[in-house]
Design a protein around this ligand. Structure first.
Ligand code: CO8
Length: 259
């Protein structure tokens, strides 16, 4: 794997693992870090040997937000003209599933990064929060939109308007923001295990499933259902559908070729 300044990358079987690595700044998400995350994601997305990606941080911090030191002196016109931090959204173009393994702080942009992933697993000491209001700003990378859908309006408002109501791992689990809580030391392995399972499925169906689920956030039900059906029908043009169904009937394990 290529070497980067702010992240580490490694492949584990069919899984690409990205570790945010700015320990002194609690993985604060400076602009360059996100450029690197996007590049690593794009490389995994086009690598036929990879079926899913895991993003993690350290045991203390997944990411403590956008880099406050980097943005504190910016003027509006500069942020607007250069579409400041707009490149974060590039990761939503990635077709392969992305899993977040969140240990420690996932605050502000860190919480938003986790929510841009497809599945979130949390370590027992994880903390999710949107403290931007305390800095005189608001969430800028999806917090006001994705958090509402994840935890409902009242809790999202409480978190975003006070900046100090955070969710621990158990609360995040009960509200549906994360789908599993595991001991911190086991979190990455556990997340990679799920990613491996996903990576062992046929890629066309995995990617279309991700696309269809994400449609549900974008369009009315009737359009989402139509989209789903077309993708479902499209899969009958793949070898994996023939293989998957033949394997069931022949009572054997499917051997997907991602075709
Ligand atoms: N940015 C820059 N540096 C940070 C950040 C950050 N977000 N968070 C922590 N650091 C630095 C600290 O400044 C400190 O550096 P130094 O040693 O040079 O003083 C170092 O990391 C360690 O931090 P602490 O000493 O504060 O560690 P503690 O264990 O005492 O506290 C906390 C940990 C509670 C996580 C604390 O660091 C904290 O509150 N951090 C800021 C959290 C925050 O406000 N995050 C939101 C940032 S704003 C944002 O994310 C907006 C996103 C918008 C995206 C828009 C995209 C389009």
């Amino acid at each position: 794997d290529k070497s980067y300044s702010h992240i580490l990358t490694e492949t584990r079987g069919k899984v690409g693992l990205i570790t945010l690595n700015r320990p002194k700044a609690l993985n604060a998400l400076c602009g360059d870090l996100f450029v690197e995350v996007n590049e690593a994601l794009r490389n995994y997305d086009t690598n036929d040997n990879i079926g899913a990606v895991v993003i993690t941080g350290s045991e203390k911090a997944f990411a403590a937000g956008a880099d406050i030191k980097e943005m504190k002196d910016k003027a509006f016109i500069e942020t607007y003209k250069n579409n400041f931090l707009g490149h974060w959204a590039e990761m939503t173009e990635i077709k392969k599933p992305i899993l977040a393994a969140v240990n420690g702080y996932a605050l502000g942009g860190g919480c938003e990064l986790a929510m841009m992933c497809d599945i979130i697993y949390a370590g027992e000491k994880a903390v999710f929060g949107q403290p931007e209001i305390k800095l005189g700003v608001i969430p800028g990378a999806g917090g006001t939109q994705r958090l509402v859908k994840a935890v409902g309006k009242s809790k999202a408002m409480e978190m975003i308007l006070t900046g100090s109501v955070n969710l621990n791992a158990t609360e995040a689990l009960s509200l549906g923001l994360v789908s599993k809580v595991v001991p911190a030391a086991e979190l990455v392995d556990e997340t990679v295990k799920t990613a491996e399972k996903i990576a062992s499925m046929g890629q066309p169906s995995v990617q279309m499933a991700k696309e269809a689920v994400n449609k549900s956030f974008e369009v009315p039900l009737s359009a989402g259902l139509r989209w789903e059906r077309i993708l479902f029908q499209a899969l009958f043009g793949t070898a994996d559908q023939k293989e998957g169904m033949a394997a069931f009937v022949e009572k054997r394990k499917a051997n997907f070729t991602n075709q």
